[in-house]
Design a binder for this molecule. Sequence first.
Ligand SMILES: C[S@@+](CC[C@H](N)C(=O)[O-])C[C@H]1O[C@@H](n2cnc3c(N)ncnc32)[C@H](O)[C@@H]1O
Length: 750
Amino acid sequence: MASLSLFVESSSSLASSADESSNLASSSSTPPTTVTDSDSLHSDTPKHDVIAVIDDSTVVAVAPPPLPVAEVPSPRRPQRARASLPVYNLAKLSGTAAHGKRRAKGDIVADRRRRRTIGGTALAAGDADVGAALDTSIDALGLAAAKKTPRAQRLARPSPRSLRSVARLGGPAGGDAADSPVSSAATKLAAIVTKRGRKPVGKTGVKMSRELRRLQDTKEFSHIDDRPVVHSVWSNGKYIDPNRPVERRRPRKNAKVDKSEIEVKQEEPEEPAPQVKKPRVKKYMDHGLYSGQDVPKDMVRGLTAAEKKQLAQLPELRPRKENKVMPAPIFGGFRTLLAGRDFKLPFHVCNPLPPGQPKPDEWKKMTKNRFIGESKEIWKKMPHILDYQSKCVCKPEDGCSESCQNRIMLYECDETNCNIGKAFCTNRAFANLTARRARGGKYRVGVEVIKTSDRGYGVRSNRCFRPHQIIMEYAGEIITEEECERRMNEVYKDNECYYLMSFDQNMIIDATTGSIARFVNHSCNPNCRMIKWIVSGQPRMALFAGDKPIMTGEELTYDYNFDPFSAKNVQKCLCGQPNCRGVLGPKPKGVKPPPKENPGKGRGKGKGKGGKRKFKDLSGNEENQDPNNKAKKRKIQDKPKPIRTLKAVKALKPVKGPKVKKALKPAKTVKPGKTLKSIKVVKPKVAKVANVTKPRKTLQPANAKTTKRPYSKVSIKLVKNTATTKGQRKKRESTTITVSGAASGLSVSV
Ligand SMILES: C[S@@+](CC[C@H](N)C(=O)[O-])C[C@H]1O[C@@H](n2cnc3c(N)ncnc32)[C@H](O)[C@@H]1O
């Protein structure tokens, strides 16, 4: 009786001893844990099993060569079945009928078809399925008798040792199955399984059906699955693609490199070098943010040759590489260079002094005038208040500029005396000052007290001021002459500095308690003026900028025109100006003042160009931003009114005495010695006639005393005011007209 033994084992397990473990593990389906493990899975070596079909005469070890997947015939059953011959269920025979698709983590089901093969391990373990499969096979082949004997059953259980020996017998897959150790091992194992191991196997063979014979060469018959088991490998939660190129590790610097490796590497074709990104180099600016801008091409157009030459020497104008960092602020700096203007120093660059600077102990700040003692009552009883009235007849387009009657008379416009209103009026200096200070801040205050090296305290500007712009008010205690004399004899007798200034109506301003303006020092070439204005019917003193703009950080000074009253009290002047008179007093008689500097002569062209400056562009104060502020005509505003300044002089008269050392006077006061009488007469005339006579524009504050034209107006006023005392006025009128061209307006009333 022919017998058929079916042996199944993995050929890959026989390939090498190294693969033995993997072979053994194949039945248990242990997935690879590394990429390198997957290499073995994907190797071309088929993991086919060896099936030995033993016939009566020959033992055939079938180890079919691996076939391409496409050539593998479908594992279908034969369509045609013959009734005469038994039909075998091959799947059942091979023991794979009970196995379907098995889903594993990460596996693709379509590619994951696994065929359960019967291996030595399975047999050794006595797997129930395997046993069942064998039983089925034996039953099908009619070998039940052989199976049921105890010996056969004992022999059917292969010992582990025998299996190990079988596994050790490896041979190249796909070789001659008959001659290979695989076949011999298979034969040996078949003898064990078929309980006739000592007898020739061929004698126990059964004649194979034609159908079986036809299929015996197929992989399906042998249950050989040459398709690799596909595993997906995950590492650290990431899917590892087995098809990706293997990364080359960078060799360590100090690692010993095998020379043979180097030679092999050299032989390898050179791969294109990957593009290495250059590290970014940080660029540092070597100029300011606004430097290096493109210079306008037509920058020298319209300039003279000398100017071009001068400009060419400016390093700022040399063409240089364009600076794309930040655009220049509309080339403001370039225009400043061309125009030769002064520029406004920023407030923070000026660096105002920090708070807490030392101040004199006796000083108590006061920003508004205050009447002290009986001065208030006396002031109210005086009829002069009614005289301080004026009304301008300006039109809105005039803006209360140089032709404004109020301005000429040093009357400030307000709601009661202005014809055009606040929106158009530019003659409201004190109101602007109050608004400016009310907003607060060091910049708006604009001044600060400093300590000078040789003149005690002083005042400097914290900002720029336009010419004739109001800076600060000189405020203090308004006292009578008697009170002033008392203070001088009793309170201030040991003082070196006095803060007394003639005010109005025989009154004195004592700024010992007063505003910051008390600290302003004297200079024979000052940059400011102390001028008295009538504001809302009340006289007020204030410091104004002179004819030139005042820049940030300048010390503010005005001419005291000091009256020492005695040669003993003459103080040495330390102003340091070229035209210094040497003493803090009035100009000595017979001494010619130094010639005025001509801005166009004796100076460089650059400096001469300074005359072109438009300070309204430089000062940057809030008043400049008023479109109605026509500051260009301000020179008329500061025209002194000699009649009122005479009054200030008159106030000094009673102060004069042996104990009184000094008294400050406004810069525009006239010489002492004028009679009270003349002042009283002249004053009211001006107020009334001002509305009749059109003022001249040529008046300058600096040379007001030598100007003739203003006093011709005064003469007209005299006529107007002779209504009460007619005889006297007419006499004065004639005198005034005659002297109108004199150097001093004081002579008018003499
Ligand atoms: C109204 S105070 C000015 C502020 C004063 N420097 C202070 O420390 O209070 C006037 C006094 O300052 C001093 N002074 C002002 N200008 C001066 C000058 N140019 N030269 C010398 N002393 C001057 C004189 O002592 C003068 O009496």
